[in-house]
Write a protein that binds this ligand. Structure first.
Ligand SMILES: [Zn+2]
Length: 255
């Protein structure tokens, strides 16, 4: 696996080439003076829209009632009543522990309580095993997918029963990296803030007001799997010309 698909790389190369070519035509000057900046320096401002992978919009019901539940959840667990996700600085990777995107979608759509509270769990994206990316929730809306970080994090679920299964699936990984690179470019998210669910307790922004919930976490995408994921992500970011930003910055969780 080398990262992003050829379409994106081709587009970026085309941009860089176009930026360095003089306009042709009878009036074009014959001598162009000193060469312009090297191509690598040209795309300082990449339009994130060019990096957006194909996404299938499959919204779960998330009306005003669920938004009120999310706002109240946020007040209990983070201290501020809001359902809005503003400039999310973190991306959390998960796997569904199942083999069907539809059963995962049904689960998130159900709004069944988890750990005695509503709204039910949810995710912004599900990536199927064939690489199809489904979006369930708008990016300005909070999803409940990771205790301690729901107020700041975008959630990406991968259909599969282990992180190894996801990492070994070229189609799924191609889509996962393309989606993550686009989100990083769009929101300026550093590679060190692309984390696995199992890494959440050690993230510097982890915040949980309910004492009995402070150490709650799941085992999906631990350090070992995420080191491999981030290595591949770094390659994909380089290919796309997107700055990787700072690395991981773990804090002792005390859990
Ligand atoms: Zn998870």
């Amino acid at each position: 696996m080398t990262g992003l698909g050829g379409r994106l790389v081709t587009a970026l190369v085309a941009m860089a080439v176009a930026a360095t070519l003089p306009s042709a035509g009878p009036g074009a000057p014959r001598f162009l003076g000193p060469p312009r900046a090297a191509a690598a320096e040209v795309p300082a401002e990449i339009d994130p829209a060019l990096l957006r992978p194909e996404i299938v919009w499959k919204p779960i019901p998330y009306g005003s009632k669920r938004k009120r539940q999310m706002a109240r959840y946020s007040r209990r667990h983070y201290g501020v009543r809001s359902w809005r996700l503003v400039d999310p600085p973190v991306i959390v990777q998960h796997y569904t522990a199942g083999l069907s995107w539809r059963s995962a979608w049904n689960h998130f759509a159900s709004n069944d309580p988890w750990n005695g509270e509503r709204p039910g769990t949810c995710t912004h994206f599900i990536i199927d095993r064939d690489g199809t990316i489904y979006q369930l929730v708008r990016l300005h809306v909070r999803c409940r997918h990771v205790v301690g970080l729901n107020h700041v994090a975008i959630g990406i679920e991968h259909v599969g029963t282990s992180d190894r299964m996801v990492l070994d699936d070229p189609q799924q990984m191609r889509s996962s990296l393309a989606l993550t690179v686009w989100l990083q470019a769009r929101f300026g998210i550093a590679i060190g803030d692309v984390i696995g669910h199992a890494e959440a307790l050690e993230h510097r922004l982890h915040h949980e007001l309910v004492e009995s919930w402070r150490c709650l976490v799941h085992a999906d995408f631990p350090h070992r799997a995420m080191r491999e994921y981030r290595d591949r992500l770094r390659e994909a970011l380089t290919a796309a010309g997107v700055p990787a930003g700072h690395g991981v910055d773990w804090r002792p969780s005390g859990c």
